[in-house]
Design a protein around this ligand. Structure first.
Ligand SMILES: [Zn+2]
Ligand SMILES: [Zn+2]
Length: 235
């Protein structure tokens, strides 16, 4: 499990989104704005998330953990005078990410309130390509009912696939897209090495195994309390 709650890089820790953060966009507002001239869409999530699904034309960052976000922002300096629209799974990371961008001198920063999940529920998920990675045993959820596509491919054979599995070798436990036939062939493992691991779990064709959820709930925080915004950073 690479996901670790409450670990935020020290250069993000001091930011208080209650003081300053990107302007919140409701799903419909985000949908209207995202294709406009001078707008860039920035995915603030990690590789294993945006590899499975992301907004069309979004800029993605080569990071394995949100801790590495500040370092990557240096590469985005040329976008400082654009309208930057950030998004993440449930909107929580964006509170910090957009606050950080403002601090770094980005002038016009917006964030998708409620993240991809709420956008799927309220705006049909239009132009979200692929599936949304979630931190529970579903691994991936559909969000786009308007123009869905597949952007990920089978880790083993390379054919288009958005079938996410956890490698059956518990010491590996990688989250990967593996197609149906490769899944059976490798008995739920991501490689022949993992298949031969003596601790390999039995494969039932789903690739889901009981695991600790870290208490993460992608639906938490979607509906903002109008009187006081929560500052949970459990995402
Ligand atoms: Zn395959
Ligand atoms: Zn593996």
């Amino acid at each position: 499990m690479r996901y670790k709650p409450e670990i935020v890089h020290s250069s993000l820790r001091h930011l208080d989104p209650n003081v300053k953060t990107g302007k919140h966009l409701e799903p419909e507002e985000f949908k209207q704005l995202k294709d406009q001239e001078d707008v860039v869409i920035l995915d603030v999530r990690s590789n294993y998330e945006h590899e499975l699904g992301r907004f069309k034309n979004a800029i993605t960052l080569d990071i394995d953990n949100f801790r590495d976000f500040p370092e990557k922002v240096k590469e985005l300096a040329h976008l400082k005078n654009k309208k930057v629209l950030t998004y993440c799974t449930g909107g929580i990371k964006c509170e910090k990410a957009s606050a950080y961008l403002l601090e770094q001198g980005f002038e016009d920063v917006y964030q998708l309130h409620g993240g991809i999940i709420k956008y799927g529920m309220e705006a049909g998920g239009e132009d979200f390509e692929g599936k949304c990675y979630v931190f529970d045993n579903r691994i991936a959820v559909e969000v786009n009912t308007v123009n869905p596509t597949i952007v990920s491919s089978c880790h083993v054979c390379g054919t288009a696939s958005d079938r996410m599995v956890n490698c059956a070798n518990p010491t590996c436990n990688e989250h990967l897209a593996i197609c149906e036939s490769c899944g059976w062939e490798l008995e739920g493992a991501c490689s022949t090495t993992c298949k031969e691991n003596p601790d390999k779990r039995p494969y039932d064709g789903t690739g889901y195994y009981q695991k600790h959820s870290n208490g993460y709930n992608p639906y938490k925080g979607i509906y903002r309390n109008p009187s006081k915004q929560t500052t949970s950073h459990g995402e």
